[in-house]
Design a protein around this ligand. Structure first.
Ligand SMILES: [Zn+2]
Length: 110
């Protein structure tokens, strides 16, 4: 079995969806996307939140179009998560191998 990046990302997104169930910002149940709180280039399987398409990237006030707004939202609504992300040094850390990520994600899911 090949543990590809794509497979891991899919599993990661499923875990976020099962945990949050609705858009954490507006409560919508439709067009949900798992949002990477840290650039997935650096840390593809780190913290995430479930957002609807509007809050993720289409509205003026969305995570991708207005990072300052989203960061303020996070600070106010998820202060612990905000601090955790702010203090991580993802760029300095080498991401783990896909097989270890896959196994960790599977464990989280069960
Ligand atoms: Zn939303």
């Amino acid at each position: 079995m090949k543990y590809t990046r794509k497979k891991c990302l899919k599993l990661w997104a499923e875990i976020i969806k099962e945990r949050d169930k609705v858009c954490v910002v507006c409560g919508s149940e439709y067009h949900l996307n798992s949002h990477h709180l840290v650039d997935r280039k650096y840390w593809p399987f780190g913290e995430g939140l479930l957002l609807c398409a509007g809050c993720h990237s289409f509205s003026f006030l969305s995570a991708h179009r207005n990072g300052v707004w989203f960061s303020e939202w996070l600070k106010e609504n998820r202060p612990k998560l905000f601090l955790k992300i702010k203090n991580y040094s993802y760029k300095k850390t080498k991401p783990p191998s896909y097989i270890s990520v896959y196994e960790k994600l599977l464990k989280e899911k069960s």
